[in-house]
Design a protein around this ligand. Structure first.
Ligand code: HEC
Ligand code: HEC
Length: 281
């Protein structure tokens, strides 16, 4: 009889201990399940990204080294996504720049779902006539956001302060036009503005073969140098009337983040180079 009570008590205590221990570990286990879920999202998103997005945004999401489906090199027309101004901080610099009121995850998933009308960014969600289901939008979004977990991108040391741009181009360093063509390529200008020697090659933005002359005439009272400077820093300051496929869209479809990407020297070199482009259109 007594033995039974003892066994009963021990059994009861054991059950309580096991339950208690289980309860203790429950939050940790939940965390692991969530991590594993996010991990799977990111893996599936990576596949979707390489199949659908890398062509324009680059395999590493840096808007460099783009290849088409046949494996041929092509210019990257998309924005960099694996990019501190977009991914670091909540809100990130990019979200502040466009005045986005919701989260970064929302910014990415909505851009992907709906695309950017008037730009080359396609619509992806079936809700808007695209090819992807909502869960695939979530997966590719998880993959893009995951770049922001990299301490080399968003760690304290990593965030590169944007240049504090002077108001006037005259306060930039001396420019070297010889560096211009290289900068024009690596920063993706050619993807939209084409080859300066070939007027038919501009697909999205105005052909710049005569920009050295044109720039001086765009805005009364603003010099060619200052106009080019402002066009690069803030594409919306002035919208060019004519683009290759009709009137240029407003807001501008030109990449708006060159202020975060270029150094002062790059900027000076690009301006110097553009002044040399004076072939008649
Ligand atoms: C045909 C080229 C092209 C493809 C393919 C493409 N994009 Fe884009 N994407 C663009 C362009 C161009 C922009 C910039 C639009 C603009 O100027 O507002 C852009 C912008 C974005 C942005 C917003 C970036 C920002 O800073 O505002 C995100 C996010 C994005 N793309 C994700 C994706 C994802 C994910 C895929 C694949 C599912 C994809 N894109 C496929 C061309 C493309
Ligand atoms: C995603 C496409 C795109 C990219 C990339 C791009 N631009 Fe543009 N750019 C445009 C469009 C569209 C316009 C015309 C609309 C406007 O006024 O913003 C334009 C306008 C300009 C103008 C004014 C042209 C004129 O005739 O008045 C200059 C200068 C310019 N871009 C320079 C650059 C430089 C330099 C780069 C690279 C560092 C670059 N752009 C990258 C699309 C682009």
């Amino acid at each position: 009889m007594q033995i039974k009570v003892v066994i009963g008590t021990i059994a009861f205590m054991l059950v309580m201990v096991i339950l208690g221990v289980a309860a203790l570990f429950e939050p940790a286990r939940l965390g692991e399940t969530t991590d594993a879920f996010v991990g799977r999202q990111v893996e599936k998103g990576a596949v979707l990204f390489h199949e659908n997005c890398a062509e324009c945004h680059g395999a590493e999401g840096k808007a460099i080294d783009c290849v088409d489906f046949a494996g041929e090199e092509k210019s990257c027309v998309g924005l960099p996504l694996n990019h501190a101004p977009l991914l670091c901080g909540e809100p990130s610099q990019r979200l502040q720049q466009v005045g986005w009121q919701s989260s970064k995850a929302n910014y990415v998933s909505q851009t992907v779902a709906a695309g950017r009308p008037g730009t080359l960014m396609p619509t992806w969600s079936q809700d808007f006539g695209g090819p992807m289901e909502d869960y695939q939008i979530d997966q590719v979004t998880a993959f893009v956001l995951n770049w922001g977990e990299d301490p080399e991108l968003c760690g304290e040391e990593a965030i590169v302060e944007a240049v504090d741009w002077p108001d006037s181009w005259e306060d930039l360093p001396q420019g070297d036009a010889a560096n211009g063509p290289g900068l024009y390529q690596i920063n993706g200008c050619a993807g939209c503005h084409g080859d300066p020697d070939n007027p038919g090659s501009a697909a999205v933005g105005p052909h710049l073969g005569n920009i050295g002359n044109v720039a001086a005439t765009r805005v009364p009272g603003i010099s060619a140098e200052q106009y080019i400077y402002e066009s690069i820093l803030n594409p919306n300051a002035f919208i060019v009337p004519e683009c290759p496929s009709g009137p240029c869209a407003e807001p501008s479809v030109m990449r708006a983040d060159y202020g975060f990407v270029l150094s002062e020297q790059d900027m000076a070199d690009l301006i110097a180079y553009y002044l040399t482009l004076t072939s008649a259109p």
